[in-house]
Structures are given as C-alpha cells and as structure tokens.
Design a protein around this ligand. Structure first.
Ligand code: NAP
Length: 282
C-alpha cells in the first residue's frame, strides 16, 4: 500500500473533544447545556444502533439528551406533534429525525417541520437553500465530515478536480456544493453516468458515495489521487465500503478506510452542529 490513511477515528475524537470544551463553556455561560433531540420511529436494528451511538457520544460531550422513540405504526400526525414540541422547546438546540422512517411515512414533509436553526442534519429545504447560496447555516453531517478529513490532512481544495460519485440529498448533492464553495472544480457522477471510470480517472480527489460495494477499483483512480469512501456495507466479513481498498490504496496518495474513515466523522459533525445551533449560528 502506498496511500496514507485519512484517519477518521482520530480526527472524530479531536472534533468531539473540541465540542466537549465548547459545550462546557456554553453551559457555564448560559446555565443550560446544549440539547440534542433524537426521534426514532420503529424498530429498524441499524437505526437503533446509530441513534444509541449518537446519544452516547452527545452525552459524553456534555450535550443534554432528549430522546423520543415512537412505535413503527405511529401515525404521521403523532410524529409531527413530537417534532413540533421539540421545535418549541428552548432546551432543545438540535433535532434529528432518524432516517429511514418505516415504509409509507412521508419523511420529506416531516423533516420540514424542523426549524432551520435546529436542523442539525442539514436536510430541510431551508438548510439546502442556505447551502446553495453559500449563506451561513447548518450543513449535512457526512459531507462536512468529508471536508474536515481533507482539511485536516492539508489537502488543498481550490482548483482541484473532485469527482463526487452519487447525488443524493444526504451526501453527494450537498458535498458537491460545499466543494464548489471551497473553489474545487466538481464533477458529479450518478447511476446514469456513461463511463464512470473515465470521469473519476480525471479527478485529483474521488469521493465514492454511491452505496455500491466495491464500485471503485484501481482502474477508476489515477496514480496519486485522494480517495474518500463514504459507502458503508455490512458483509459477512465486517464493514466494507464503495472502494476496493487494497487495489486502490496501491495507487492513491491518501485513502479513507472503512470502518474508521468517514463514518466516525458523521457523528462528530452532528455534535459540532448541535453546538453551532445552540450558539444561534444555525
Ligand atoms: P443513495 O441515496 O442510495 O444515493 C446513491 C447515489 O449513488 C445516487 O445518486 C445514485 O445515482 C448513485 N449511484 C448508484 N449506483 C451508482 C453507480 N453504479 N455509479 C455511479 N453512481 C451510482 O445513498 P446515500 O444515502 O447517498 O448513501 C451512499 C452510501 O453512503 C451508502 O453506502 C450509505 O450507507 C453510505 N452513508 C454513509 C454515511 C457515513 O456516515 N459514512 C452516511 C450516509 C450514507 P442516481 O441518483 O442516478 O440514482
């Protein structure tokens, strides 16, 4: 392997430690801890694990925990009422509606009930609009984590060609905008891209966020490129990403592992967003 590791586990611990300091200062100044509300609907095992991990890390950072667990069959108006109560509660700085919701629920309209100032996942239309204008606001956590990893390694973005593979509202689309605001030249590839390898081979930095295990191979990456793997796949051998790690690491200059790359950064950025929201900077 030639590539150096973009170590998300280490950087996430640093971000969490900084957040803990800011939370302590906020609590000292205002007499109230910043608060994160997590709303979980149903019994999807992966969602349970994610929410438990977010709550544990938030508590460790000195953020107060407001958790609501609703049964899967709960009607949408009940979920909406919980979100509205949290929106009005001054103790709650940030609200996270864990996705995906059980089948049949309209997550888009429920997300819209979260006020932009408490939208710590950065997924409301208002947050997306602020991002598209490069105006201050809360940004989606996973794209923020990708950029923090690149920044921490001293990888310059202005003028670099970045290929983002994936255009979801959660990862690919906001990441492409954030990279543009950092003066990168951005190409966004998706499932209808005709020749993915031809696109990604042109890039200085490749971010794989397609949700396709092992999609990015050595032929997709030019020698010396930076490769960031957002994908998470549970396999019989443990977690895997969208990138064939061994063969790509032999060509890349920097690479994120899975696990231990982007994954831990997502929760760390959620905590940082909660502090930003508490401070009224959301
Ligand atoms: P998603 O909503 O399914 O979006 C996937 C995107 O990839 C779509 O835009 C799709 O194109 C594109 N795509 C699919 N197959 C492709 C192919 N063969 N070539 C090029 N593009 C392709 O997924 P997501 O929510 O963005 O998540 C992506 C991955 O990141 C998943 O593995 C997910 O588990 C992981 N994830 C990780 C974290 C973390 O914290 N590390 C956070 C969120 C998500 P179309 O638009 O044309 O359909």
């Amino acid at each position: 392997m030639n590539a150096q590791i973009l170590d998300g586990k280490r950087l996430a611990a640093e971000v969490r430690a900084q957040t803990r300091e800011k939370a302590a200062a906020f609590t000292g100044r205002t007499g109230t801890a910043p608060g994160l509300a997590t709303v979980l609907v149903g019994d999807d095992p992966a969602s349970h694990v994610y929410v438990a991990s977010k709550r544990k890390m938030a508590a460790a950072a000195g953020i107060a925990d407001f958790h609501h667990h609703l049964p899967g069959p709960a009607p949408e108006r009940e979920i909406a009422a919980v979100l509205d109560d949290l929106a009005a509660d001054p103790r709650v700085s940030g609200i996270l509606l864990q996705l995906p919701l059980p089948a049949g629920k309209d997550s888009a309209s429920l997300i819209e009930r979260i006020p932009a100032g408490k939208d710590v996942d950065g997924l409301t239309t208002t947050s997306a609009g602020l991002l598209s204008r490069a105006a201050p606001g809360l940004r989606p956590c996973t794209p923020s984590g990708v950029i923090a990893l690149l920044d921490a390694a001293g990888i310059d973005l202005p003028g670099k060609h970045v290929a983002v593979v994936g255009r979801s509202q959660l990862v690919g689309a906001p990441l492409a905008q954030m990279l543009l605001h950092r003066n990168a030249t951005v190409t966004v590839a998706h499932s209808r891209t005709a020749d993915l390898a031809a696109v990604t081979r042109e890039a200085d930095i490749v971010v794989a966020a397609a949700g396709r295990e092992g999609l990015i191979t050595a032929k997709h990456v030019r020698e010396g490129a930076v490769v960031v793997d957002v994908g998470i796949h549970r396999t019989p051998d443990g977690l895997a990403g969208d990138v064939q790690f061994d063969e790509v690491a032999a060509r890349a200059s920097w690479i994120t592992p899975v696990p231990g790359g982007v994954g831990p950064m997502t929760i760390a950025m959620l905590l940082a967003n909660t502090l930003q929201a508490a401070a009224g900077l959301g």
